[in-house]
Ligand binder design. Structure first.
Ligand code: F6P
Length: 324
């Protein structure tokens, strides 16, 4: 391989820049030219390639977001647009790509390799941690810590005013983020789409009321956006429980921000390993780097596509024990 391209697609996540830095510098050190594609898969269709030098990635290790920018590229779902992208990749003599993104980005990458035969390596990066085949995505730890910081602040008000707070966090249709924030933030209840049966207003209010009766003066409920709406739930809870219930939707503050040490190290390690892996791939091959516990894993993307990562039920049950 002589020329590779790096792309960030889908939602941005902290640590994407650390991963870009690792890809660029590992590529250069291995003797290949590295190009950055701006604006995700849209940039492939629009021929937005920039040559990356070592200095192009200076001073970005600590920055959230992605210097290459990103787009949720609907246009890429159309085959004729993808053919345009492949023509640009061919014209630029790109013989390998590294894609940094979430689940949907991996599917896009797999399609590129299947249709164009250009080998590809995938770096999972998403605040949602919902990519099958890895225990950790780049950005998740940072988003957890951002959420945790918010919970700690909200708890001050909850305790001072003797209130119940429902805090809604992101995570799309999964509860990984909510579960991690809820557990480490000491939430009295965690509502996630994976355990929909527990998202029951009467049951929840009865449980919280029992806690108050035991002497708790406030409670925090962490709710995944995929489990419902905190804005709708809080007033209904107030009527049932007979004490003040407020809500807070954390929203996009969880997406940005300075990456934690864990997130940076993950981005750097994945970037380094992705280049090492990519340079050994043959036409039509597609692999993903990830973590299996504390061990690095390299897997065939074809074996991961279409599979769903499951939340840790034990962790969910553990929080119930702590909340009693
Ligand atoms: O995938 C990351 C994420 O922030 C999800 O948690 C959230 O549901 C979604 O992206 C929001 O998407 P958008 O950036 O397109 O509004």
């Amino acid at each position: 391989m002589k020329r590779i391209a790096v792309i960030t697609t889908g939602g941005d996540a902290p640590g994407m820049n650390a991963a870009i830095r690792a890809v660029v510098r590992s590529g250069i050190s291995a003797g290949v030219e590295v190009f950055g594609v701006e604006e995700g898969y849209t940039g492939l269709i629009k021929n937005q390639f920039v040559e990356m030098k070592s200095t192009s990635v200076s001073g970005i290790i600590n920055r959230g977001g992605t210097i290459l920018r990103t787009v949720r590229a609907k246009a890429f779902h159309e085959k004729n647009n993808r053919q345009i992208a492949y023509a640009f990749l061919k014209a630029r003599r790109i013989d390998g790509i590294v894609v940094i993104g979430g689940d949907g980005s991996r599917e896009g990458m797999y399609t590129i390799t299947k249709e164009s035969l250009i080998p590809s390596a995938f770096i999972p990066a998403s605040i949602d941690n919902d990519v099958y085949g890895t225990d950790y995505t780049v950005g998740f730890d940072t988003a957890v810590n951002t959420g945790l910081d918010a919970i700690d602040r909200i708890r001050d008000t909850a305790a001072s005013h003797e209130r119940i707070f429902v805090v809604e966090v992101m995570g799309r249709e999964h509860g990984f983020l909510a579960l991690e924030i809820g557990l480490t933030g000491g939430a009295e209840a965690i509502l996630i789409p994976e355990f929909k049966d527990d998202v029951n207003l009467l049951k929840l209010c009865k449980f919280l009321r029992a806690g108050i009766n035991r002497g708790k003066n406030s409670s925090i409920v962490v709710m995944a956006e995929g489990a419902g709406s905190a804005a709708k739930m809080a007033p209904e809870m107030e009527k049932i429980i007979g004490m003040e219930v407020r809500y807070s939707v954390l929203g996009y503050i969880q997406r940005g921000g300075t990456p934690t040490a864990f997130t940076r190290k993950l981005g750097l390690t994945y970037g380094y390993e992705a280049v090492k892996t990519l340079l050994k791939l043959k036409k039509g091959q597609s692999k993903m780097v990830g973590m299996n516990g504390s061990k690095l894993s390299i897997a065939e993307v074809s074996k991961l596509i279409g599979k769903e990562r499951k939340v840790n039920k034990e962790m969910y049950n553990m929080n119930k024990v702590f909340a009693t």
